[in-house]
Design a protein. Structure first.
Length: 95
């Protein structure tokens, strides 16, 4: 079984490496609202979001991780895990 995770070496890497890693994650699977007031990331794996939250704190960017039960358009029930970056930290995030 495949285990999705952020490798330990990324968690221990210099800021330049962490920044490039996070940038790649958000460029591929992150989201930002049209007005630029919201940014975040969805993942099936909550522990991935908690690791991302930890990495963002290294840049003084505060994010919350929340989970909720959801139902898709086909009636499939799942747990939605979401990382949200605080509005006041979005300018730092965009740097």
């Amino acid at each position: 079984m495949r285990r999705v995770h952020i490798p330990e070496y990324i968690l221990k890497s210099p800021k330049s490496v962490v920044s490039a890693f996070l940038s790649g994650l958000f460029d591929s699977d992150g989201y930002s609202s049209k007005d630029g007031n919201h940014a975040g990331f969805f993942s099936k794996e909550k522990h991935v979001l908690l690791d991302m939250q930890f990495l963002l704190r290294g840049f003084d960017i505060h994010a919350s991780v929340k989970s909720r039960d959801a139902i898709n358009g086909n009636g499939y029930k799942y747990v939605e895990n979401k990382l949200n970056i605080r509005k006041v930290d979005i300018p730092k995030f965009r740097e």
